[in-house]
Design a protein around this ligand. Sequence first.
Ligand SMILES: [Zn+2]
Length: 261
Amino acid sequence: MISKYIIFKYSVSLTFVFTLLFSFKSLTKGKNTKKVPSDIVIEQCHNSLEWYNDHPGYRGEFTRVLDYCKKNAKDISPEGFKVNPILSDFGSFSGVNTRPRDTVHQGIDIIGSHNQPIIAIKDGIVLEKTIEDCWGATLVVDHGNALDGKKIIAVYGHVGDFMVNENDIVKRGDIIAKLPQKANFLCMARVRHLHLQIGQEYCKKEEKNNWGCKYFIKDFYNSLNPHAYWSNGPNNVTCFEKDKKYKEGTITYPFICKKNN
Ligand SMILES: [Zn+2]
């Protein structure tokens, strides 16, 4: 009598557990199939991978990286706009090319097409334009203070042509550089992208290559999260629009946003 009761009890609870498991599985499955890359993600993933056009021997890698890009690039377009997607965000441990990073990402990597203009995220003064061995063309701009009093020393890395000179005063929205024709420098990882990083203390040229000053800023491994400083508030990527007023101490997107029709 007792054993029959136990068997009955167990079969009831087992059925319950299986039903739960099954419904959970179908729920998560539904969620996965929903994620389709947006038009801008597909377009810019293709554009950013032009390196592979000149290197037909890397077909397999191209397919893998393209697939990775379509799955992982974030379409952060604000309402009413289309903007270049972020492939590796601040705090990410994955690079733009599927590989894990050695250290946590200190900037945001925004993919794009060749010669696409890069615009100043805030008013400022150009501290340095240089061609770094691994990074390629890089621009450092002092954008003054953020709304919390912290400095905004922006590093615009992996660019192509410079549109400004050192000591130039720039206004928010000014074209300061362009994305490169070819992503040939090692740190570009064969994926055309802007690396935007915000530091507190600029490494003067004479301090370069000393301990603590390998690249452009002293807090290279302890930089600020750009998403904290958008004009429309934290995590609200904000587009630059001509003649619009922006809150003091805030930043706008480093690419020109396309308006949705
Ligand atoms: Zn980066």
